[in-house]
Design a binder for this molecule. Structure first.
Ligand SMILES: [Fe+2]
Length: 353
């Protein structure tokens, strides 16, 4: 079925799905060699060079393609499979989880050497926001090697690869043996690191189990149960700061950010880095009620997955989604963790290779 309407073409594809294609869409998506750069498949045609009310003189369906003739004589060709492909979701589906969840483990060497295993691991990472690599080397700075799959390291001020041990430099609570409540790192950056790899080199201390929380699940439930609080946390800017004698990082941002379709893009949460908010700020009372509620949910055991990260294991989290935490430990042995950040876009797109 093919029908030319006032400003669009209606047709049914072989999948029986009906498409309503605007004339401007049809002109813009012409796949001919004139409208695209053949070598790169980039678009060359400029939409504003045709009238906004452009209308085809003829439309035909043949050889599994739409052929559209325009008043200036240009003929557009658009393969139907291209149209169908454009509606398919590109990435694995997001799957939320709660306390019963344990991250899937993949072998470090296989992740780096075997493309199929890497793709499976990265797709799992995209779905659940977390994986563990085991049999990892216990050598310093091994995290550099993960760039092969996760893209370049996202450096911050402070170290390129952070050392977390009680014997090193202390600029935040992670460098003590205290418990660490769920958070993501560097809430004090507007562009907060989006992937964090935590590589345990040695873990001989008693206690100090790792905890992860699906922050998106927490805020999705908050949205369902208390939409007003969700709205407040989307709109109210919160100050965060991390610093030492040489470095200063500071950002104000809402705790929840959403994409244009309303789905969650990031959850920024760090009790330790949150700064005093100007008490004169409008909405401060309501913000604090909403913050109290989301904090209670973040710390609710029903959302947290707890496990021991052993020496030679690397926990990788999609850090704008999955919060990490650590139970208190007794510093009666060696405990050395290194962490580094990567860019989620790179991990996401590498999951398709
Ligand atoms: Fe952290």
């Amino acid at each position: 079925m093919l029908e030319v309407k006032q400003d669009s073409v209606l047709f049914s594809a072989s999948s029986n799905k009906q498409y309503d294609l605007p004339f401007l869409w049809l002109r813009d998506n012409c796949q001919c060699n004139e409208c695209r750069i053949v070598e790169t498949q980039e678009k060359q045609f400029l939409l504003h060079t045709v009238p906004v009310d452009i209308s085809p003189t003829n439309v035909e369906l043949k050889d599994e393609s739409l052929f559209v003739l325009w008043p200036d004589g240009h003929q557009s060709v658009i393969p139907l499979n291209k149209i169908e492909e454009s509606g398919r979701s590109r990435y694995p589906e997001y799957k939320s989880w709660t306390s019963g969840f344990t991250p899937r483990k993949f072998d470090w060497n296989e992740f780096l050497s075997n493309k199929e295993i890497a793709s499976d691991a990265l797709q799992t990472f995209v779905s659940f926001g977390v994986i563990i690599l085991n049999n990892a080397p216990k050598d310093l700075n091994s995290l550099e090697l993960l760039s092969k799959r996760l893209g370049p390291i996202h450096e911050t001020l402070f170290e390129r690869i952070h050392n977390v041990s009680v014997t090193g430099q202390v600029y935040n609570v992670a460098h003590t043996s205290k418990g660490l409540p769920p958070h993501n790192d560097f809430a004090s950056y507007q562009s907060q690191p989006s992937v964090q790899a935590l590589h345990m080199l040695e873990n001989e201390c008693e206690g100090g189990d790792s905890i992860i929380v699906d922050g998106w699940k927490v805020v999705k439930d908050l949205k369902k149960n208390n939409p007003e609080y969700f709205k407040i946390l989307r709109e109210f800017n919160v100050p965060f700061r991390q610093f030492d004698e040489n470095n200063e990082t500071y950002a104000e941002a809402p705790m929840i950010k959403c994409k244009s379709d309303g789905s969650i893009e990031s959850f920024r949460f760090s009790n330790q880095l949150m700064q005093m908010i100007d008490p004169d700020r409008q909405g401060i009372k309501d913000f604090y009620k909403a913050y109290h509620e989301v904090s209670a949910r973040v710390h609710d055991s029903k959302y947290s997955s707890t496990f021991r990260l052993n020496g030679g294991e690397a926990l990788i989290v999609a850090s704008l989604r999955v919060l990490h935490a650590r139970e208190t430990f007794i510093p009666n042995g060696k405990r050395h963790l290194q962490d580094a950040y990567f860019v989620y876009d790179n991990a996401l797109n590498n999951s398709l290779i």
